[in-house]
Design a protein around this ligand. Structure first.
Ligand SMILES: CCCCCCCC(=O)SCCNC(=O)CCNC(=O)[C@H](O)C(C)(C)COP(=O)(O)OP(=O)(O)OC[C@H]1O[C@@H](n2cnc3c(N)ncnc32)[C@H](O)[C@@H]1OP(=O)(O)O
Length: 192
C-alpha cells in the first residue's frame, strides 16, 4: 500500500469547529480579491462559490470553461488540483487556523470536459499541533455524480508574517491602501 505523507499521525485529534465559525449554508466571501481560486479580480480564475457545511466541511461549484483547458476540450489537471487546494484551504474558516498548503496529493480519476460543473466537497479530517489534515473530491455535473478528482492534503498553520514578509510589496501595499481587497468574517480572516 502507498505510504502517504498526508497519513494522519497517531497523536492527531478530531478537528473542532470553532464556535464563531460561519453557519451552515453561509457562502464564504473571497478571502482575497485577486485569489486565483475564488477572487473576482481574476478574469480567468476559478471563481469558486464555497458554502459552509454542517460540520468541518465545505461544498463548492466550479464551472470548467475554455479558459481552463489542458488538452482540447478537457480541463487542465493543475487547475483541478487548484480547485481542490482552494476548497481545502478554506476549511481554515471553520477551525480558525490560518494555514498554507504544505502537501497536496491529487488523484485524477476521470477526464473533466469543458462545460462541466464540478461539485466539490472538502472536510477537515484531523489536527496535530499546527498541522491540519484534510481531504476532498470533485463530482461531475451533480453532487452525487461520478468522482473525477480527489485529494488529500496537509496544511500548516502560519502567522500573518508568513504573508507580510513573503508577499511582494506591491500587493501588500495595495491592501494597505484598500483593505477591502481581503475579507474578514466577523473579527476573523483566514489569510493573507
Ligand atoms: C482561505 C485560504 C484559501 C487558500 C487556498 C490555497 C492555499 C495555498 O495554496 S497556500 C500556497 C502554497 N503553499 C505555500 O506557499 C507554502 C510554502 N511552504 C512554507 O511556507 C513552509 O514550508 C510551511 C509554512 C508549510 C512549513 O514551514 P515551517 O512553518 O517552517 O514548519 P515546518 O517545521 O517545516 O513544518 C511543520 C510541520 O509540518 C510538516 N510538514 C511540512 N511540510 C510538509 C510536507 N510537504 N509533507 C509532510 N509534512 C510536512 C513538518 O514535518 C512539521 O511536522 P512536525 O511538526 O511533526 O515536525
Amino acid at each position: 500500500m502507498t505510504a502517504y505523507r498526508t497519513e494522519i499521525p497517531p497523536d492527531a485529534v478530531a478537528p473542532t469547529r470553532h464556535p464563531d465559525a460561519p453557519a451552515p449554508g453561509f457562502v464564504l466571501p473571497t478571502h482575497y480579491a485577486n485569489c486565483f481560486g475564488c477572487g473576482p479580480g481574476q478574469p480567468h480564475g476559478l471563481h469558486m462559490r464555497i458554502v459552509v457545511g454542517e460540520g468541518c466541511d465545505l461544498t463548492a461549484t466550479f464551472d470548467v470553461t475554455e479558459d481552463h483547458q489542458g488538452a482540447p476540450g478537457l480541463a487542465h489537471g493543475g487547475l483541478l488540483a487548484s480547485a481542490l487546494d482552494e476548497i481545502l484551504g478554506m476549511l481554515g474558516h471553520l477551525t480558525r487556523m490560518s494555514c498554507v498548503t504544505a502537501r497536496l496529493e491529487t488523484d485524477f480519476r476521470r477526464p473533466v470536459p469543458v462545460g462541466t460543473r464540478l461539485y466539490l466537497t472538502s472536510r477537515a479530517d484531523a489536527v496535530a499541533g499546527r498541522k491540519l489534515y484534510a481531504s476532498g473530491q470533485g463530482h461531475l455535473d451533480a453532487p452525487d455524480g461520478p468522482v473525477a478528482v480527489r485529494a488529500r492534503a496537509l496544511f500548516v498553520q502560519v502567522g500573518l508574517e508568513h504573508f507580510t514578509e513573503n508577499g511582494r510589496a506591491a500587493e501588500i501595499d495595495a491592501i494597505g491602501r484598500d483593505p477591502s481587497l481581503i475579507t474578514h468574517i466577523g473579527d476573523y480572516t483566514v489569510n493573507p
